[in-house]
Design a protein around this ligand. Sequence first.
Ligand code: BTN
Length: 273
Amino acid sequence: FEVFKFDNVESTNILAHDLAKKGHKNFLVLANTQTNGKGRLNRVWVSEEGGLYLSIVLDISNFEKLEHSNFVASLSVLTTLKEFSTNINDFNDLKYSIKWPNDILVNNHKICGILSELNFNENYIVIGIGVNLNNSIYKVNKLNNKNNANNNTNNKNNKNNKSVYNAISLNQLFNTKKYNNDENNMNNNLINKDLFLSRLLSNFNNYLNMNSSELLEVYNNNSETLNKDVKIILNDKEITGKVINIDYNGLYLDTNSELGVILIEVGDCIHLR
Ligand code: BTN
């Protein structure tokens, strides 16, 4: 992997496309901050100092595992977060899970978002990953509205909707555990970002080499969405139902209506209970 490292960029995904079009293949773009971080569905990804912002670009001309890439990305972040909590900090009671398609949650708060962008004509995929590590999530949560992708939020007006979670950072989580969030003791740099990145890439590689069925099984074992009642928000409508399966094609929703079971390939998913 060739690595392009920057202090501040507009968006590592945008830069990744530029570099790919110039002929670079299989590389990483890293930035300390982004002025216009992109989230899914045209949302903004608030990208303050301390977070991890990276884009992984893979050449897909001879790539048979394209449909694996989102699963590989989300599982590699999830595994890295677990390693940091358990091996390094001995916090064994945190629950990490994946909200379909690829938000990573810790104790049901969003800690990571992933934006994959495919360019079929030029044979590459950009996998953009944003993880809240040492960044202050204050700003993220203050900007909590539906144009902000860091929050796992779809509808700010729905107060009873459990899926309206605040964002969280790993640093905040560890501070809460270690120091009971006592500001005098808080260490704002608990997470070693370089170590996190190197573990992330190594896990990425492992999951990339995993076979289809095993990868799917690990994904579903860590899914927060499987077997949940959810609301799916599509461009023009909303559908509710129970998620009975998730595979490489998407999510299978039992609508409990004349529609029967339908396949959702893309969309926003809100957990209802
Ligand atoms: C989401 O949850 O909506 C996806 C957020 C993806 C954010 C990352 S940060 C690094 C990369 N560059 C971007 O502009 N976006 C992704």
